[in-house]
Design a protein around this ligand. Structure first.
Ligand SMILES: Nc1ncnc2c1ncn2[C@@H]1O[C@H](COP(=O)(O)OP(=O)(O)OP(=O)(O)O)[C@@H](O)[C@H]1O
Length: 276
């Protein structure tokens, strides 16, 4: 692998290696330029966000970062190491975990078992690992896996450990997905619309969880249509339109940017932008 030749400076002047970086990234589907020349850099330990109208390329960008779609051109680096040639199965090994737009839990497994699937030892065992999971975990017992226990605790799911996903609220199912991703011990967590279909209280819960994880050092990239949540949660926002970056910066600056308002928010958006 080749190393990224230059790195941005952190506020204290020392060189800081981005947790993730793209250079001139493009994904075209025939004539559709879903992503068209994105160069972006995610700083460690921050919550970064992507906003943009429907069809602006946000999900395609995440698919490119996790190597689930082809690249038309460009380069991707994880902690300075170029990885755009790797297949999707190798991305977790780089310390990049993700949640999806729709809940993807295994309905016949308990919360603890679903979370355990995120852990390396089980993932390496594949389906045989899954078959052995029940025996090792045991219903109504602790998993004896400190990573899983920690993930359940950090996401406030300990009380639900023996529940099946179908018995949980949508918001709690989302938290299980985040717990499973955390059990991978990632360096970077990608969250694609984690609060879709949630009420305000559940959104607040996810937002607080993300900030808690950020305070514990986990870098996150959030895609979300709820602009107020983005303002409240993110440290840095990228605004996309038609596959390109319109602007990036502090949330209130980006949301206050005329081009962003024109492309996405509309002139009637009246959220508050002055609190951060
Ligand atoms: N597999 C595909 N084949 C062809 N076109 C695609 C494919 N995936 C995405 N597109 C197109 O690429 C563009 C960007 O789509 P994408 O889903 O990335 O946007 P988005 O910003 O995530 O939208 P949303 O907010 O609605 O989820 C759209 O025009 C979409 O129709």
């Amino acid at each position: 692998m080749s190393a990224s030749p230059d790195s941005p400076d952190s506020p204290d002047g020392t060189a800081e290696v981005p947790v993730l970086e793209t250079r001139d990234l493009a994904v075209h589907y025939g004539g559709i330029k879903a992503v068209d020349g994105i160069s972006m850099s995610l700083r460690p330990g921050l919550i970064s966000g992507i906003i943009g109208p429907n069809g602006s390329g946000k999900s395609t960008l995440v698919a490119a970062l996790t190597r689930l779609t082809h690249l038309t051109r460009g380069e991707i680096y994880s902690a300075g190491e170029r990885y755009d040639h790797l297949p999707p199965g190798k991305i977790a090994g780089l310390g990049i975990a993700r949640t999806f737009q729709t809940v993807r839990l295994l309905p016949e497994l308990t919360v603890a078992e679903n979370v355990m699937l995120g852990n390396d030892s089980v993932a390496e065992g594949g389906l045989r690992g899954l078959a052995g999971l029940r025996g090792r975990l045991g219903r109504r017992s602790r998993s004896a896996n400190p990573v899983v226990e920690e993930a359940l605790e950090r996401t406030g799911l300990d009380a639900f450990r023996d529940a099946l996903p179908g018995d949980l609220s949508y918001g709690t199912q989302r938290r299980v997905e985040i717990a499973r991703a955390i059990a991978m011990r990632p360096r970077l967590l990608l969250l694609d619309e984690p609060t879709a279909g949630m009420n305000q209280a559940e959104r607040g819960e996810i937002s607080r969880l993300m900030m808690q994880l950020r305070d514990e050092g986990l870098a996150q990239l959030l895609i979300e249509h709820d602009v107020q949540m983005m303002l409240d949660t993110c440290d840095h926002i990228f605004a996309m339109a038609q596959g390109r970056l319109l602007t990036e910066g502090r949330p209130k600056d980006v949301v206050g940017d005329e081009r962003v308002q024109e492309a996405y928010l509309g002139k009637n958006w009246r959220g508050h932008v002055g609190t951060r």
